[in-house]
Design a binder for this molecule. Structure first.
Ligand code: NAP
Length: 290
């Protein structure tokens, strides 16, 4: 199976590396070329444009920052969609928005291409070790055809429904992720302001019934104040923006998500956008060390 991989950031570079190690013939493209160097050194073929990347590809995987980047890669001046073979598959793993995914699915269909929205749960380390969880929208036959690819990149594939339903599920997950992290940061800051030591708070709260399990993986960053990004905070804010848009389209009321969205936006404006999402704690605390 020939695979084209477009988008080699924190997540995409690691997912592509697992496909390469798994024996797939891989062509790669990224806006910033040097992020492809390690993959090229291990046998991936470089393509200068998205359009060039998909020549001869059975499956095209995109793992890009946001809908604008996905749309530009697919339908822009050097976009790939018009160059894909009829019957080939486009799997979009980027976190986008359900309405956007459905529009991309329609565009794909117009070009004779099968489409899956396949966003992931899991961050840098699970991406590296092939332990991601996929939430997939699209037809069952296409999901099955991509089985060998999912197997190399992840540990679990959940077929939620038709196109747009994988990303719909991802909206729910990231809403919970963003709001629970913000609530935890506020809780820590409140406890500290009341004179409770941060170690005492972290020891008691992490692993307890009131804190989500993923927070254990953020403890080191909070303690050290070193927020090298596993999940850039600006993408958490972007995801909340899309949660709010999706909710507006359906009429769902999201008071928490909207208030969290603005807190993350203020953190981005204060200079924390490229840090890990857990830097929301430093922002809430009022740490000048950005
Ligand atoms: N990190 C996580 O833990 C995590 C977990 C689940 C889902 N996600 C989602 O996965 C996607 C990728 O995230 P990431 O963490 O890998 O982010 P990242 O490291 O910032 O990578 C973003 C990718 O998008 C490309 N890009 C950004 N803006 C672009 C534009 N205007 N035109 C063309 N390419 C553009 C970047 O190219 P350059 O290299 O040139 O900048 C890079 O390839 C996002 O949708 C994110 O929400 C992330």
């Amino acid at each position: 199976m020939n695979v084209a991989f477009i988008g080699l950031g924190i997540m995409g570079s690691r997912m592509a590396a697992n496909l390469l190690a798994g024996g797939f013939a891989l062509t790669v493209h990224n806006r910033t070329r040097d992020k492809a160097d390690a993959l090229i050194a291990h046998g991936a073929r470089w393509a200068d444009t998205p359009r060039e990347a998909v020549q001869g590809a059975d499956v095209v995987i995109t793992m890009l920052a946001h809908p604008e980047a996905v749309e530009s890669a697919a339908l822009g001046e050097t976009g790939f969609l018009g160059a894909m073979a009829s019957g080939a598959i486009w799997m979009d793993c980027s976190t986008v928005q359900p309405a956007f995914s459905r529009r991309m699915a329609a565009e794909a269909q117009r070009h004779g291409v099968k489409f899956l929205d396949a966003p992931v749960a899991g961050t840098k380390q699970p991406a590296q070790t092939g332990q991601l969880v996929f939430w997939v929208g699209g037809d069952a036959e296409t999901v099955q055809a991509c089985g060998p690819l999912f197997e190399k990149m992840g540990k679990q594939v959940n077929h939620v429904g038709e196109a747009g339903m994988g990303i719909a599920f991802k909206m729910v997950i990231n809403h919970l992720l963003a709001t629970s992290l913000l609530a935890f940061a506020e809780g820590l800051v409140l406890g500290e302001s009341l004179g409770i030591g941060r170690d005492v708070l972290l020891d008691a709260l992490i692993g307890s019934a009131v804190a989500p399990a993923y927070l254990a993986g953020k403890r080191g960053k909070i303690e050290s104040g070193e927020y090298e990004a596993d999940f850039p905070l600006r993408w958490m804010q972007k995801d909340l923006q899309m949660v709010a848009e999706a909710a507006y389209q359906t009429g769902a009321a999201m008071p928490l998500a909207n208030s969290a969205k603005e807190a993350y936006q203020l953190a981005v404006r204060a200079g924390y956008g490229d840090d890990d999402m857990s830097a929301i704690y430093a922002f809430i605390k009022g740490n000048d060390d950005v």
